[in-house]
Design a protein around this ligand. Structure first.
Ligand code: ATP
Length: 312
């Protein structure tokens, strides 16, 4: 449904996106996770054709996919988009706003489209209320209602749950889950539990780069280990990389230990459902490494996110 290849975008000298590639399959619900300023909004604006990238390509749709850069209007007809601060016309009532959006989209069965969007977002009792007088949770529902008026195959939601209280948050989560029965969904957030509650898959964006792209159930079956050596050992990373079941080896900063001047730390991740721990210990012993610490960790979205954040 989405094929994004090597997207880049700079604002002046600042590189907001750097070689961002990912794909989203039909029917998936995917979370784009990242700290504030990671580049989430920039990515979503590019995907929806509202911002031109400096480089890269995006195709939306299945077999007869549309090139978003060449044909943004055709792509926008397939996409429902909730921007970061929607809806903006706060003096309008809910029904006048949805009517205006329907006109802009040129929907043939406008009244039916509005009726269905209002029912889907449970806005029946707020139709004549000016948007300015709605709670944040209701405003988000209006934003989502305008995004689904034309029954899009793909919904792109920018921070749909930001600023909501716990009960509004659960309502919007449930709404997104219901909508995912009919649309592919990509949404951005900086809140880990949002992704865990809603998604099959998470793409982690940091400093404008994709740092991780994994199915959550695969992550849950994956472990990692931290190995700390008292001194640098030449070739250690290569030996670790050759251990069966080790997927990746990264030299990481070791900031938690005092007097760690000479210490060197490596983080290994394992392929899913493989236990690398016994092998790691055996190799460290066999190689007679000055082992300071060997710590096993089960991977969750949180540990991956934290590890990547520390790596930054
Ligand atoms: P947030 O959650 O805070 O909205 P984000 O992950 O959506 O963050 P972006 O809004 O895409 O991040 O911004 C990425 C980086 O680009 C930030 O450092 C931001 O300050 C910068 N940026 C975004 N838009 C512009 C702009 N129009 N001009 C200059 N810099 C910009």
């Amino acid at each position: 449904m989405i094929e994004a290849q090597a997207l880049s975008k700079s604002y002046g000298d600042f590189k907001a996106l750097d070689d961002v590639s990912f794909s989203v399959g039909a029917g998936e619900i995917v979370g784009l996770l990242g700290h504030n300023g990671a580049g989430k909004t920039t990515t979503l604006k590019i995907l929806t054709g509202f911002l031109q990238p400096d480089g890269g390509s995006i195709h939306i749709g299945g077999v007869n996919s549309v090139d978003v850069i060449e044909n943004p209007q055709a792509a926008q007809a397939m996409i429902g988009y909730l921007p970061e601060n929607a809806p903006v016309y706060s003096e309008l009532s809910v029904q006048d706003y949805l009517s205006m959006v329907s006109d802009v989209r040129g929907l043939p069965n406008k009244l039916e489209a509005i009726r269905e969007a209002v029912i889907a977002t449970a806005l029946q009792d707020r139709l004549t209320t000016p948007i300015a007088q709605l709670s944040k949770g209701y405003r988000q529902r209006v934003g989502i209602a305008q995004a689904i008026l034309h029954k899009p195959q793909l919904l792109i939601l920018d921070e749909p749950t930001v600023g909501l209280d716990p009960s509004q948050l659960i309502e919007i989560r449930n709404l997104i889950k219901r909508l995912s029965e009919h649309s592919t969904i990509l949404f951005s957030t900086h809140i880990l539990p949002e992704v865990e509650a809603l998604c099959d898959r998470a793409i982690i964006l940091m400093n404008g780069k994709v740092r991780s792209d994994a199915q959550l159930d695969v992550l849950a079956g994956t472990s990692s280990a931290l190995l700390v050596l008292e001194d640098d050992v030449i070739g250690a990373a290569e030996v670790l990389r050759n251990i069966t079941g080790v997927d990746s080896v990264e030299r990481v900063a070791q900031t938690s230990v005092r007097d760690a001047a000479n210490q060197v730390a490596y983080r290994m991740t394992a392929f899913p459902n493989v236990d690398i721990n016994p092998q790691l210990f055996a190799v460290a012993k066999e190689q007679n490494w000055p082992l300071r610490e060997l710590r096993y960790e089960t991977q969750t979205l949180e540990t991956v996110f934290n590890q990547l954040s520390q790596g930054q």
